[in-house]
Write a protein that binds this ligand. Structure first.
Ligand SMILES: C[S@@+](CC[C@H](N)C(=O)[O-])C[C@H]1O[C@@H](n2cnc3c(N)ncnc32)[C@H](O)[C@@H]1O
Length: 265
C-alpha cells in the first residue's frame, strides 16, 4: 500500500528507526547486565587469570563428595581442595578426619559462603578457606588433594604467557615455586606434562594422593576409579617422585583395567 501523505510517511519511518534503536539499546543493556553478573558474582577475582584457566563454579554433587571421601578413606594429613567453591569437599573431608582441611578459591562470595557453612557446622576454627589462586599456592605439605576443575584446565598443555609455570629442580632452587617468582628464568620445568599434572608432580610429597572429579588427569594412570559418568572420580598416587603407574583396586572402587600383557600366551 502506498503512503499518500509525506509527513505521515516520515513519522512512520522515524518510529520504525526508533524501534530498531530501542532494540539495540535493550540488547546492549542486557549484555551489560549479563557481564556485570558474571564479573561481580560469578567470576570476581579472575581478572588476572587468563581466560583459558578460568573455571566456572559447579558444586560437587552428593554422590561426587561420597566418591571423593571413599577414595580418601583411611588416609591422614593435610587435605587441599583446589578451587574449593562453597567448601563442601573441605568440610566433608574434615569431618572424616583429614586435618588440616584447606580450600583455595578465587571467588570471594564463595569463600564467604564456605566460611558461613563451616561456622554453621561448628567447624569455623578447624577448616580454612583462602582467597588465593590455585596456580600460585604451594602444595609441598599436601598429602590429599582434590580437584574438580574443567577439561580445559586439567588438560592444559602450555603455560600462558606472563603466567607462572611451575619449576622443577633441587630443593632450594625454586622447586615448586611459580617460575615468575624466581630471580632468573629456570632451565628446568616439565614442559611435556599438562600444566596441572606438572604442578602436582613437582610439588606434592611422596605418598600424596590426588582425587580428580568429573575429568581425569590426561597422562597419569589412576590407581582407582569410582562412579559413573559425571559422578566419576579418579585417584592418583605419588610414588618415587611421580605418579604411580600401577593400578591398585581401592575398597568399594572399580579397579582400572590394565593393558593386556604382550608376553602372556
Ligand atoms: C567446578 S567448581 C568446584 C567447586 C568445589 N571444588 C566443589 O567440587 O564443590 C571450580 C571452582 O574453582 C574455582 N577456581 C577456578 N580457577 C581458580 C583458581 N585459579 N584459583 C582458585 N580457584 C579457582 C572456581 O571459582 C570454582 O568455584
Amino acid at each position: 500500500m502506498e503512503q499518500d501523505d509525506p509527513d505521515e510517511a516520515l513519522t512512520e519511518l522515524r518510529e520504525r528507526r526508533l524501534g530498531a534503536l530501542e532494540l539495540l539499546q535493550v540488547a546492549a543493556g542486557s549484555g551489560l547486565v549479563a557481564y556485570a553478573v558474571w564479573a561481580l558474582l560469578l567470576q570476581p577475582g579472575f581478572r588476572r587469570v587468563p581466560l583459558r584457566l578460568q573455571v566456572p563454579y559447579v558444586g560437587a554433587s552428593v554422590r561426587q563428595v561420597e566418591h571423593v571421601l571413599s577414595l580418601l578413606k583411611g588416609r591422614s594429613g593435610k587435605l587441599v581442595d583446589l578451587g574449593s567453591g562453597d567448601g563442601r569437599i573441605v568440610l566433608a573431608a574434615h569431618k572424616c578426619g583429614l586435618r588440616p582441611a584447606v580450600g583455595y578459591e578465587l571467588n570471594p562470595w564463595l569463600v564467604g559462603l564456605a566460611r558461613l557453612y563451616a561456622w554453621r557446622a561448628g567447624c569455623a576454627g578447624s577448616v580454612s578457606y583462602h582467597r588465593e589462586d590455585l596456580w600460585k599456592v604451594s602444595l609441598r605439605d599436601c598429602y590429599n588433594v582434590s580437584v574438580f576443575l574443567a577439561p580445559s584446565v586439567v588438560g592444559l598443555g602450555f603455560p600462558s604467557p606472563g603466567y607462572p609455570s611451575i619449576c622443577d629442580g633441587p630443593a632450594g632452587a625454586g622447586r615448586g615455586q611459580p617460575c615468575s617468582t624466581l630471580p632468573t628464568p629456570p632451565s628446568y620445568s616439565l614442559p611435556q606434562l599438562p600444566l596441572l599434572e606438572s604442578k602436582l608432580q613437582v610439588e606434592l610429597p611422596e605418598g600424596a594422593r590426588v582425587v580428580s572429579g568429573r575429568f581425569p588427569l590426561p597422562t597419569w594412570q589412576p590407581v582407582a576409579v569410582v562412579g559413573e559418568g559425571l559422578d566419576r572420580v579418579w585417584a592418583y598416587d605419588i610414588r618415587n617422585g611421580g605418579p604411580a603407574g600401577q593400578a591398585v583396586p581401592a575398597p568399594s572402587s572399580t579397579s582400572v583395567p590394565r593393558a593386556p600383557d604382550p608376553q602372556a600366551g
